[in-house]
Design a protein. Sequence first.
Length: 233
Amino acid sequence: MEKCAPLGTGGTRSQGVPNAGNARGSIRNRDPARVLRSPPMPRVFVSFVHEDQKIAESVQALLADELSLGKEVFLSADQSLVLGGDIWLDKIRAALEGCEVLVLLLSARSLWRAWVSFEAGAVWLARKPVIPVCIGRMSKGALPHPYSSMQALDLPADAYYLVKSVHQHLKMSAPPPAPPMIKRIGRALLNEKDKDKGMWERMADAIDYYEFLERAISKWEDEPERRPFPPEV
């Protein structure tokens, strides 16, 4: 058994914490700014084009809240995840390498952008799940190959299916969240029971990220005209 260093002049040895002095020294020598700024490794990567940012932010909020993932849902537009001075491409590469599933937002405009296909290809080559999520004028029935060979979904209609799919891909030990309708009924009953709550507390209880997503999509505009798909090879 490894011996522990003596504490003080009394000769009493620390119990069960070998090399405690070295551990304290290593923590003391670390840059505290680096420790505080290091976000958790993302488990979910949301791929999008900048015109679709509001939808991407709504998807990030939905997954983070419903699956209690917090900052483990990566969005390159999230300034709490990509800070000023960070090497942007390095952050993207690290998030793609570390994620367990990619949520690919496909609109009539983003389907033609090389960057989203680049991100999807990186994750697909790593044999990790890619979930095509269609928004706006794009629908899962109109996806070209190779996206048409993947199980895709439409937003906002399949929002709960997206949550369940990500839950399964992450192999989460907690049971999947309840469907939005059940949660809305439960929230209404809870608010009726807790009438003595303050106004701001009740407003916080009433946050519905499914509705938040629906509202974001309703206010967003896709590319007005879709160009014909290139011939498949």
